[in-house]
Design a protein around this ligand. Structure first.
Ligand SMILES: [Mn+2]
Length: 292
């Protein structure tokens, strides 16, 4: 029946609901989108191209809804609205930008204060802390914003046990899920971001094997084509903010996971016009002057 069904089903098709390691059963299809970063008009274009969210058209948005783009309030209220309408068929995962530090520097806090109040920002901050960190689809595909871990051996159970209702720590599994990036060479190296790590194909392979998963889907990095398949198809990046910050010239993409084998199908799109408010219009003024 429905594309995504959740409940206390047999055979591991269960929605845990409370832990950060939520599980979703995908009966026929789900759409996964990556970073949207306050690009509201591009978000509307996704719904134009792929249909509005509904019980038969489920979505998962993989974090970084706010900051940089100057329509972050419009993006997050739209996404929260669909979450309220279709709680079982519309999924939101936390990104590294659903955090106070990032929101203070990259515009969301300033935007909320300009459009609403400081108290309204506190409310968003509180809700962001409850967003799940990962979602597991049909016990086969694990979705998270950043990527895998600084150490081997992390299990889905470990992920479920993370106490996520807080600002993320500077290291450890919660930090890694929000911040890490894949790298082409085996092993791990220091991240160019100065937080978490970069993980190689061997790390991905071991994690998938230990947890009996097929592949991971993550976001967090702008890609020229809107998506990238790496680690022999086992690590997929999807990014849904085309012409990121009005300057990168990249395509956006979303992924359909279809059928019982959850084969990924990529759809690309380009940026649409938006009202004349520049990205970072509400950001910390030191950031705007390029001093940070
Ligand atoms: Mn990110």
């Amino acid at each position: 029946m429905n594309a995504v069904q959740q409940g206390e089903g047999e055979g591991g098709a269960i929605e845990l609901g409370f832990g950060p390691g939520k599980r979703t059963k995908c009966e026929s299809e789900i759409t996964i989108c990556g970073d949207t970063h306050g690009q509201y008009y591009d978000l509307l274009n996704i719904f134009e191209l792929n249909g509005l969210p509904s019980i038969t058209n489920p979505y998962l948005f993989n974090g970084d809804f706010v900051d940089r783009g100057s329509f972050s309030v419009e993006v997050i209220l739209t996404l929260f609205g669909f979450k309220l309408l279709y709680p079982e068929h519309f999924h939101l995962l936390r990104g590294n930008h659903e955090t106070d530090n990032m929101n203070q520097m990259y515009g969301f806090e300033g935007e909320v204060k300009a459009k609403y109040t400081a108290q309204m920002f506190q409310l968003f901050s509180e809700v962001f802390q409850w967003l799940p960190l990962t979602q597991c689809i049909n016990n086969k595909v694990l979705v998270m914003h950043g990527g895998l871990f600084s150490e081997d051996g992390v299990t889905l159970d470990d992920i479920r046990k993370i106490d996520r209702n807080r600002q993320p720590p500077d290291s450890g599994p919660m930090c890694d899920l929000l911040w890490s990036d894949p790298q082409p060479q085996d092993g791990r190296s220091i991240s160019k971001r100065g937080v978490s790590c970069q993980f190689g194909p061997d790390v991905t392979e071991r994690f998938l094997e230990q947890n009996k998963l097929q592949y991971i889907v993550r976001s967090h990095e702008v890609k020229a084509e809107g998506y990238e398949v790496t680690h022999s198809g086992k690590c997929i990046t999807v990014f849904s903010a085309p012409n990121y910050c009005d300057q990168m010239g990249n395509k956006g993409a979303y992924i359909h996971l279809r059928g019982s084998d959850l084969k990924p199908e990529f759809h690309q799109f380009t940026a649409v016009p938006h009202p004349d408010v520049k990205p970072m219009a509400y950001a910390n003024s030191l950031m705007q002057m390029g001093m940070m």
